[in-house]
Design a binder for this molecule. Structure first.
Ligand code: G1P
Length: 285
């Protein structure tokens, strides 16, 4: 299976840093956020990844490229551990880049990867959603996709007042945590839906989605929304929603970025104890 990682967004919720630095390159400890997303795909058995970028996102391409001069310096200095880490990043998967020339929406961003995807189902991982889970979220979705043979979206329950931030899924629960979708609404007001099941930036899509994106009119924010294209797909094929296990962080949200750094520090052998002591001290003062 191949994957698309849309990473062309302007990152306006994380200004001013995103004025000159892509939000996908925000560091979580010592690596950029997008590396966690790429590693989720790899740990789910996916090795062919298309990253959809746009203007100002060149740092992402450079990060996954070979860094010849740097590697030579590290080699000369005998810093073999660093050298291996730097090399590993450029060799971790087959990564392809395609540019979305205008920010016309998530549906459109996925469409620009169409020619690379062929006639197979593929995964979509939004570059600004980081999911920390024992079993990678996309692997969980692949299992549901295998069982039901159709498109699957990852969902989690959100507070009623937060439904307006997400694509919301309405449907019937067919087994624990699995819903056959009846309707999807992009960023509804809480009055528009009784459901609180929100799409969390992970999808397995059948190739029929591309024809649906072609037919999708601009929706919320005047953009070609993936959620609207999924509603068209629903006229032809079943789509399931799966309540995945894991914690999701939204990199567009500054507080989530702080939270994930603390969580990752607590999982890191070098920082766990230091962080615990530091937090205890700060909370006492
Ligand atoms: C996008 C999707 C939305 C989904 C969300 C998850 O919205 O359009 O359906 O719930 O990602 O992060 P965005 O947050 O890019 O506006």
């Amino acid at each position: 299976m191949k994957a698309v990682i849309p990473a062309a967004g302007l990152g306006t919720r994380f200004l001013p840093i995103t004025k000159s630095s892509p939000k996908e390159m925000l560091p979580i400890i010592d690596r950029p956020a997008i590396q966690y997303v790429v590693e989720e795909a790899i740990n789910s058995g996916i090795e062919d990844i298309v990253i959809v970028t746009g203007r100002g996102k060149e740092a992402i391409e450079r990060y996954f490229d070979m860094a010849y001069e740097l590697e030579r310096v590290l080699e000369e200095r005998g810093e073999m551990e660093k050298l291996q880490e730097v090399r590993r990043i450029s060799e971790m998967a087959s990564i392809f880049f395609v540019r979305q020339k205008m920010p016309l929406g998530l549906g459109h961003a996925i469409y620009v990867a169409k020619n690379h995807m062929g006639e197979e189902s593929f995964a979509v991982l939004l570059g600004d959603d980081i999911i920390v889970a024992d079993k990678p979220c996309i692997k969980q979705l692949r299992e549901i996709h295998k069982k039901y043979g159709c498109s699957v979206v990852a969902v989690q329950e959100v507070e009623k007042e937060d439904v307006r931030k997400y694509g919301i899924v309405e449907g019937e629960e067919v087994e624990k945590g699995v819903y056959r979708i009846e309707r999807m609404i992009e960023k509804p007001s809480p009055e528009e839906t009784a459901s609180r099941n929100a799409i969390m930036g992970r999808y397995i899509l059948t190739p029929a989605i591309f024809k649906c994106i072609e037919r999708t009119e601009p929706g919320k924010k005047g953009e070609i929304q993936l959620t609207d294209a999924l509603n068209l797909l629903l006229e032809k094929e079943d789509i399931y929603a799966y309540e995945f296990r894991g914690r999701r962080y939204d990199l567009g949200n500054k507080f989530d970025w702080l939270r994930i750094n603390v969580e990752m520090a607590m999982q890191h052998d070098d920082f766990r104890e230091k962080m615990r002591k530091f937090l205890q001290k700060i909370l006492q003062d």
